[in-house]
Write a protein that binds this ligand. Sequence first.
Ligand code: NAD
Length: 467
Amino acid sequence: MKEFKLVINGRLTPGALSMDVMNPATGEVLVKCPRADAAQLEEAVAGAKAAFSSWSRLTISDRRARINAIADELESRTEEFARVLTLEQGKPLQDALGEIGGSVYLMRSLAEIDVPDRILKDDDEQKVIEHRTPLGVVAAITPWNFPVSTLILKITPALLAGNTVVAKPAPTTPLTSLMLASICNDHLPAGVFNMITDQNDLGALLTKHPDIAKISFTGSTATGQKVMQSAASGIKRVTLELGGNDAAIVLDDASVANVAPKVLAAAMMNAGQVCLAAKRVYVPSPLYEEMCDELARLADEIVVGDGMQQGSQMGPLQNKAQYDKVRALIDETRQDGNIIAGGVGHSGPGYFIRPTIVRDISDDARLVKEEQFGPVMPVLSYDDLDDVINRANDTPFGLGGTIWTSDPERGLEVAKRVDSGIMWVNQHMMVMPDIPAGGSKQSGLGAELGIEGYCEFTQNHVVYMAK
Ligand code: NAD
């Protein structure tokens, strides 16, 4: 594997420190990767601060052209990126190709956004114009489940709006982020895009830094709370995309044969490590037996294996800490419910867990109340629609959710009553670059995507001009 470098103020730089990056499919060290220290963080922020003035004064079309050049190069290196993504993250190569292809599409689509000045008033005495100005240096902090697409979601609108960036990936998936950073560095003026890496020790320094104007963060709710506290001192702008505990509600008119494969896919995609995964499934009592049996049958068919092996449909959990957390939840579940598929690891090394279905579990079990972020799905029964909506809403989270029915209009009415930022009826993970998305309650603050997502990287600036 090639050498990886940090990007600091226009230079590819070795880390002051280094760290091991593991392959989650083998549990072995994949490569040594540079790790920044606090002085390198300072250099990155200083570089981004110095670059802001000239970058923000370029025209938006100049900035767009450079972003499109980055997307073109990423596209031309799709295979290379996908292979490294599978090696560091664990997802099957086919899914990794999908993440890179999707990221290219996302980058190009988000780069098209334009928010022209608005004339708010124009009369005999005055003209009032609102325009959008960039904020300054943006800290972009990403998690390990979709390292490339979560980064693209942040840096595209940030750069397009005229901000400069210091990005920091999760410690366990820094490689594709560093590769992308090197491409950005080739196409952008020195200092406009910086990337440092850490072992979970620089996030707080970065978010507290007085020269950071805006923090765009994707990760857990617990860390999101710390980010918000850090932001308070400087009244920094924050966008938080946090955890979820999305309910999948199957209505009594649904066909189990139609719905079961889709609900399972909604729960098991990326080995369940998706913020918007279906994390608990509610099924009407008359359909419960059939649904449980079908989910278990389908779960047993999923091929779990090294993402580099052809035919693997589900890879390992991304890291040892997450693997241990999910194993502990499964062990607890042996007392709380009945495991009807999976429940076991995979023979040999690596952080594999077979798709696991748990039935007869109570609403109070940790697997139901907390975000498992792994391939373990609790299936619960219900008798009354109002009651199940209350149960779905009885959570501090409010990210997404799904309704499964043979009557989409009825599904829509139920979807409206679930307190979350995004709902799907009879589909899942349909996300469009021009449609904003963001969580409610403790699942987030602000939005990503669309014009709303772009505006989060800007200040609205109003000028009253006397005539
Ligand atoms: P995490 O919160 O542990 O880490 C996320 C990032 O924050 C990492 O880069 C980490 O190094 C950094 N970090 C750690 N401590 C920090 C601090 N004090 N200040 C600033 N940054 C700090 O999350 P994770 O385990 O990497 O990701 C999984 C979580 O992310 C899940 O809860 C999942 O639901 C959530 N997620 C949400 C979305 C969304 O769009 N809502 C998308 C993907 C993942």
